[in-house]
Design a binder for this molecule. Structure first.
Ligand code: ADP
Length: 322
C-alpha cells in the first residue's frame, strides 16, 4: 500500500499562530510515517493544484512569524457542490488521503462538505475573533488581544496628557471577546459588544459623569467591530459630556505580529492532534479546547453549537472599571 499522504491548508482570515499549527501538522504527520502536502491559498489553491510536498525543514523558522506561510484565501468556487466535488477529485488526482483545515466556522463547513465527498478532513480553529462555539479558544486570539492592549496603552498616554476620551474599535464582528478582555485589561469605562445591547445614556454618559465626579479625567470606551459606529459615538459623547473625544479604529494591525507564547503552544498542540487523528483514520472532526484540555468533536455537532458570551466576566468589568 502506498504511504498515506495528508494535506494541510489555512483558510478564511489569517491569524497569528497558524504557522505553529502548520508546522505541527507537518512534523507530527511525518513522525507518523505519513507524507505531508502543503496546500497554498486555502480551498482555492486545492482547486488549482497549488500543492507542495513538505519535509521537516519546510517549516523551519516559521513558529515566530505572523500570518500564514501557506497563504490563505476565500473561495466562492469551493462553496458550491460542484466545487467541493472538484476539490475531492483533485485530492484523488494528487494523492491526498486527508486534509487538515485551519480556519474558522466557514472553513469547517467546507471541511464537512469535503469529508462528505470522500476526503477525510480535520478542522483546527484558527481565527483571532474567538468566535467558534465548540472551542473555548481559537489560535490567534491571544496575540490579537495583546496587540490591541499595546495600541490602547499608547493612546492612553496621549489622552491622559489632554484629559480626553478615546473611543476605540477592536475586531470582533459577531463576537465581543476581544473587546471584553481588552476592555478589562485597559480599564475601559464602557465596553460595547454585539452580545449585550447598550443604552447610550446609562451605559456610557452616566458612567463617565459618575467617574468624572470621583476625579477621573480621561476615559477609554472599547467598542467591538460588530457594534461599530465609533465616529458618531465619539461625537455624541463629546456633545453629551463636553469632554473632547476621539475615535480610533485599530483594524488589521490586530491580525498581524509575532504570535504570543499561548498561540504558539496552542497552535502546536492542536496541529499535532489533527495529524494524529488523520493517522488514526478519524474523519470529520474538529480539534477544540474544552475545560482547558485539547480534545476533538464531530464537525457537524460542533457547527450546531451556540456560543455563550461570558456575562459574568462582563459584569465584573462593569463593576470594577469605574
Ligand atoms: P472562516 O473560515 O474564517 O469562517 P470564511 O467564512 O470566509 O472564513 O470561509 C472560508 C472558506 O470556506 C470560504 O471561502 C469557502 O470556500 C469555504 N466555505 C465557507 N462556508 C462554506 C459552506 N457553507 N460550505 C462549504 N464551504 C464553505
Amino acid at each position: 500500500m502506498a504511504t498515506k499522504a495528508i494535506g494541510v491548508l489555512t483558510s478564511g482570515g489569517d491569524a497569528p499562530g497558524m504557522n505553529a499549527a502548520v508546522r505541527a501538522v507537518v512534523r507530527a504527520g511525518l513522525s507518523y510515517g505519513m507524507r505531508v502536502m502543503g496546500i497554498q491559498r486555502g480551498y482555492n489553491g486545492l482547486l488549482n493544484g497549488e500543492v507542495v510536498e513538505m519535509n521537516l525543514r519546510s517549516v523551519s523558522d516559521i513558529i515566530h512569524r505572523g500570518g500564514t506561510v501557506l497563504y490563505t484565501a476565500r473561495s466562492p468556487e469551493f462553496n458550491t457542490p460542484a466545487g467541493v466535488q472538484k476539490a475531492a477529485d483533485k485530492c484523488h488526482e494528487i494523492g491526498i488521503d486527508g486534509v487538515v483545515v485551519i480556519g474558522g466556522d466557514g472553513s469547517f463547513r467546507g471541511a464537512r462538505d469535503l469529508t462528505g465527498a470522500g476526503i477525510p478532513c480535520i478542522g483546527v480553529p484558527g481565527t483571532i475573533d474567538n468566535d467558534i462555539a465548540s472551542s473555548e479558544y481559537t489560535i490567534g486570539f491571544d496575540t490579537a488581544m495583546n496587540t490591541a492592549v499595546q495600541m490602547v496603552d499608547r493612546l492612553r498616554d496621549t489622552m491622559e496628557s489632554h484629559d480626553r476620551c478615546s473611543v476605540v474599535q477592536v475586531m470582533g464582528r459577531r463576537c465581543g471577546d476581544i473587546a471584553l478582555q481588552t476592555g478589562i485589561a485597559v480599564g475601559a469605562t464602557s465596553i460595547l459588544v454585539p452580545e449585550v445591547p447598550f443604552d447610550f445614556q446609562k451605559d456610557i454618559v452616566d458612567r463617565m459623569t459618575f467617574t468624572q465626579k470621583t476625579g477621573k479625567k480621561h476615559f477609554i470606551i472599547i467598542v467591538a467591530e460588530g457594534v461599530g459606529g465609533v465616529e458618531k459615538l465619539a461625537k455624541n459623547i463629546e456633545e453629551a459630556t463636553g469632554i473632547e473625544t476621539r475615535a480610533t479604529i485599530l483594524g488589521h494591525v490586530q491580525r498581524g505580529g509575532s504570535p504570543t507564547l499561548r498561540d504558539r503552544v496552542v497552535g502546536s498542540r492542536m496541529g499535532a492532534v489533527a495529524a494524529k487523528l488523520l493517522h488514526e483514520e478519524k474523519s470529520n472532526r474538529v480539534v477544540v479546547m474544552r475545560g482547558g484540555k485539547i480534545t476533538d468533536l464531530d464537525i457537524t455537532e460542533a457547527l450546531n453549537m451556540k456560543r455563550v458570551f461570558d456575562k459574568d466576566l462582563y459584569d465584573i468589568a462593569l463593576r470594577i472599571s469605574i
